[in-house]
Design a protein around this ligand. Structure first.
Ligand SMILES: Nc1ncnc2c1ncn2[C@@H]1O[C@H](COP(=O)(O)OP(=O)(O)OP(=O)(O)O)[C@@H](O)[C@H]1O
Ligand SMILES: [Mg+2]
Length: 346
């Protein structure tokens, strides 16, 4: 849908410049949508989101600029990991998941200047749209862009685009969706990082869409034994076919990831991410920064590792119901036969 360039501003700062493919912007309604979407997304400011800086039109070309991330995309990290054949350490995957969730948690509830919810859904969470800075922070890129692309596709019959293998089932049907669709896509990304295999990608797009709709998620432990059982529960929950069975929001998903990190990897810090990235890319100089605002770390400090959201709450109403039925039965039997001599009706 776009070409991406490394560009420089007049003050010589580096920015990423995306030039939207002219074919996508021939329809005036569509151009309006691009501008609306960009006006919304430019309001997002968060350490785990790639900042949109500017948007507009030069001659016939619509463009937008974003902060330049001097690092790698998660897609490149995965490629390197496959080349070097080293599994992602589980705690590194948890740090990645936490960073993505922090960015989403902020964007999903973002409100406008009139305090109205903006209803932002990313719609294209996938490894190329997660970037990691040289200071080891993961950021979500390209908010709202998928919507533009999808609408553009409708104007071109016969052209199918998009990363189907990361879509939620409802998205693959073109049904209305909400932020829980993004959580599903994060689940796919984390699952694949853990097992080093694609979850829904098949030999062609049709087969991929069918796999997404079937939504069969093999237990993680089948592929990798060192994954804690709780992490399997978390991913099974977030990868539920029905959005109602997933986490209600990104913070509750992030809380469970943080709980697992705290319980099973108590010594883990962002240093493990640095170590792993430097191992994969020895020349890239990933490092830690003291001035880094680490939102995931704050969440980690605040969670109680013993209270997972995946555990069903005690079915108290069910138990109360059973007790009530039994009491009524006893009273009824006593009334008819006088077995217990409760004397309630005497
Ligand atoms: N802000 C950025 N700073 C640095 N590199 C970037 C930035 N945005 C994207 N890139 C690089 O460009 C690559 C291509 O990004 P691009 O967004 O054009 O394609 P994509 O993510 O594969 O598809 P989509 O159009 O769905 O977003 C990314 O994988 C990343 O390596
Ligand atoms: Mg992208």
């Amino acid at each position: 849908m776009a070409e991406i360039y490394l560009a420089r501003t007049r003050s010589n700062e580096r920015v990423a410049l995306k030039r939207i493919h002219p074919n996508l912007l021939t329809d005036s309604k569509f151009v309006q949508m691009f501008l609306d979407e960009a006006r919304t997304v430019i309001q997002l400011r968060h350490p785990n989101i790639v900042q949109l800086l500017d948007f507009g039109k030069v001659h016939d070309a619509y463009f937008f600029t974003m902060e330049w991330i001097d690092g790698k995309s998660l897609g490149e990290v995965v490629q390197q990991q496959v080349t070097k054949n080293i599994y992602f350490p589980v705690d590194v995957v948890l740090w990645i998941g936490l960073d993505i969730c922090e960015g989403l948690a902020y964007a999903h509830v973002k409100r406008d200047h009139y305090d109205q919810p903006l209803g932002i859904v990313h719609r294209d969470i996938s490894p190329p749209n997660v970037l990691v800075t040289t200071s080891c922070q993961f950021k979500v890129a390209d908010f709202g862009i998928a919507e533009i692309r999808n609408k553009g596709v409708q104007t071109q019959p016969g052209v199918i685009r998009g990363k189907f293998s990361y879509m939620s089932p409802e998205q693959s049907y073109g049904d209305p969706l909400d932020h829980r669709s993004d959580l599903f896509s994060v689940g796919v990304v984390l699952y694949e990082l853990l097992v080093s295999k694609r979850l829904f990608l098949r030999e062609n797009e049709q087969a991929t869409i069918e796999a997404v709709r079937k939504c069969n998620v093999p237990p993680l432990r089948k592929s990798r034994e060192d994954v804690p059982e709780e992490l399997n529960d978390v991913l099974q929950k977030v990868l539920s076919n029905d959005a109602k069975d997933r986490y209600p929001d990104a913070p509750s998903f992030a809380d469970d990831l943080a709980r697992i990190l705290k319980k099973h990897y108590p010594q883990s810090s962002r240093q493990v991410v640095k170590k792993y990235l430097n191992h994969l890319f020895p020349m890239s100089g990933f490092h830690m920064r003291d001035d880094h605002v680490d939102i995931a770390k704050k969440r980690l400090q605040n969670v109680d590792p013993s209270r997972m959201n995946t555990k069903q709450p005690f079915p108290i109403m069910f138990i109360i119901g059973i007790v009530l039925i039994m009491v009524l039965l006893i009273i009824g039997v006593d009334y008819m036969f006088g077995f217990f001599q409760l004397g309630i009706f005497s």
